[in-house]
Design a protein around this ligand. Structure first.
Ligand code: FE
Length: 201
């Protein structure tokens, strides 16, 4: 089997946000899809390690900000490379608004916001799959949506030259120093697994 075939699948990139009491939070996901139009339903799979996953499991509601091609790498660092358990991801951030459900969404760098209300969940082991009714939706701009491929080619900073020997995370650039990367290694910055690492040339 050629695992590289899996990388030919295309994905969008999104900020998935939730609110639990006074706590606002959001994370980066690439797994939002519309699965039926009648009823209008979407699914999103979220890693159980993400605080946003826990919040949506509890509250049953979320917003999806569909990222557009003007999105800077800082948005990925803010929402993707730190945990809402440790920090307030909105600190010093102004490019957001609140939807009718009270949950934040990006007001800039996103071309649409879609609100979901969870109707079912499926435990996938590492992830929870949320199946949700679309309760609201709004177009924010006419810019193109970001794909995962576009992120890698245009948004992620080029790898820095380094004397270090080891493995580099293809998602965030973290470097693991060592001959062998453990199979169960999880990137401490972006939480992606060993499959997303490449040897440093
Ligand atoms: Fe990483």
């Amino acid at each position: 089997m050629d695992n590289a075939a899996i990388f030919k699948l295309s994905y969008g990139l999104f900020v998935l946000s939730a609110k639990d009491g006074e706590k606002d939070n959001g994370c980066i996901v690439n797994t939002v899809q519309q699965v039926t139009t009648t009823p209008n339903r979407i699914t999103v799979a979220v890693n159980k390690g993400n605080f946003t996953c826990e919040m949506i499991s509890k509250t049953g509601a979320f917003n999806v900000s569909v990222l557009s091609t003007d999105v800077p790498f800082d948005i990925f660092k803010r929402f993707g490379f730190q945990s809402g358990r440790d920090v307030d991801k909105l600190e010093g951030f102004e490019d957001y608004a609140r939807g009718g459900n009270g949950i934040i969404h990006l007001s800039r760098y996103a071309n649409a916001v879609i609100s979901g209300k969870v109707v079912d969940t499926y435990d996938l082991g590492t992830h929870i799959l949320f199946i949700a009714d679309v309760t609201d939706a709004k177009v924010l701009s006419d810019k193109d949506s970001v794909t995962y491929d576009y992120y890698h080619k245009n948004i992620k900073p080029a790898p820095q030259k380094t004397e270090k020997k080891g493995w580099r995370c293809k998602i965030c650039g973290y470097i693991y120093e060592g001959e062998e990367l453990p199979e169960d290694f999880i990137c401490p910055i972006c939480k992606h697994g060993a499959a997303d690492f490449e040897p440093i040339e």
